[in-house]
Design a protein around this ligand. Sequence first.
Ligand code: GLN
Length: 537
Amino acid sequence: MKYIFVTGGVVSSLGKGLTAASLGTLLENRGLKVTLQKFDPYLNVDPGTMNPYQHGEVYVLNDGAETDLDLGHYERFTKSSLSRFNNLTSGQVYQTVLDKERRGEYLGKTVQVIPHVTDEIQKRILEIGERTQADVVITEIGGTTGDIEGLPFLEAIREFALDVGPSNAIFVHVTYVPFIKAAGELKTKPTQQSVAKLREIGIAPQILVCRCEQPLNKELRQKISLFCNVPYEGVIEEKDVDHSIYEVPLMLQRERMDELVCRLLHLDTQGPEMSVWQDILRKLIAPQHQVRIGVVGKYVGLNDAYKSVFEAISHGGVANDCGVQIEKVDAEEIEKVGAEKILKGLCGILVPGGFGERGIEGKVLAAQYAREQNVPYLGLCLGMHIATIEFARNVLGLAKADSTEFQPDTAFPVIALLDEQKNVINKGGTMRLGAQACQLKVGTKAAHLYGAFLVHERHRHRYEFNNAFREQFEAADFIFSGTSPDGKLMELIELNNHPFYMASQFHPEFQSKPNAPHPLFRGFIAAALIHLHQQTR
Ligand code: GLN
């Protein structure tokens, strides 16, 4: 088994995750079995209790693990199917070590960061290899070199690499080469210092992925190579992409990064077969059509908060040979100026998942606008709650109907806490999580789009449709097109007398890939395209 460790230097947000995922794409397309894992140095056990401002989106896996959003990139860029073992935080490591200490497994010893914490980290690298039987394990270390909390992870991978030997483990350092406008130059000093910092702790990277806005010329590459003690061909340029993140694998291929990785790790493979990927990119860069979709949320200033949703929308575009311009709409703005003013002219409206009361009324107005104006609507989790509340208030006449999440003593609790949640006290990892079966109703738009009657979709919620209102809704043609197989939980809804009005209790965005767009997103963008043509006719 071969190991690639990806670290990051100079600043955060360099796209280490994307780089790791893109390398995964290239290796996989060389015929290798790849798995990716992420180590996060923070002390939370998982990101599930952090808000999007802190952490961006929480990405949910089939097994219900709430993980870092980089795992979303890993799943979208490769075939590897991930589990809770693919994301490790300091919090988990310390929890394990302390549990062991209490059980007396270290009896007589002083428990220390080295070797007890570092051993635990190394175990996870081995474990993921054994579980997945991959040829290559790519491990990304979160944070930036120099962070105090990242040190145990760096020490652990240093020891690990020493153990398995240089032909079995390599270090890739993702770094930043800024362009200083006043000097009109790219500067290599931050990279030099960041690599020096790594070398101080005994890690000498073989490959430097240099994030930059301007291309690196030969002299700069030579300088970086010389001062950072990395062979010339190990200096890889990763320029900001022009169109799409899906360009990154092709960019790294042009820089021959995968070739070098294979040489260093003694992996004898053919060159990567990237034609499918190139085709996707062509559709992203030069699509036949173009629609504008509004995403109505409360973290719209933050790209990372709805990462998988934005990606799934673009995949829906790929499926329809359609470019998608995403308008991020602040739900509170709608509350101030009304829906029409902000949403007019959009070809589709999407309300993503969310928690808490802020912005809810704006989202309800957006759903009402979409329903009444026949604009395609897709609701995801909270977006389904919103659609339900709106329908209750404005079609069924249940004044001030609400979810008990926002209005605990509403007269019409059309959305209420799941039964299984009623005695839950702890907040971490206790929602209804992960893949659950959903049965689709014959003859519905949903069954048609999926082309199946039983599907598995990922969940992350505490509230659900309140069945006390089911008959009333059904009598008004509100269709429950998907339910749990026992028929008790409402998983997917749609409206009949509307071109496309669908909302799911689950999060379809977590299972969409550029080469396998999710059916609901495919259908949503197709409907948006029809809406556009009708408007311009
Ligand atoms: N806040 C809602 C719930 O807990 C919706 C969650 C979500 O959108 N992920 O049920």
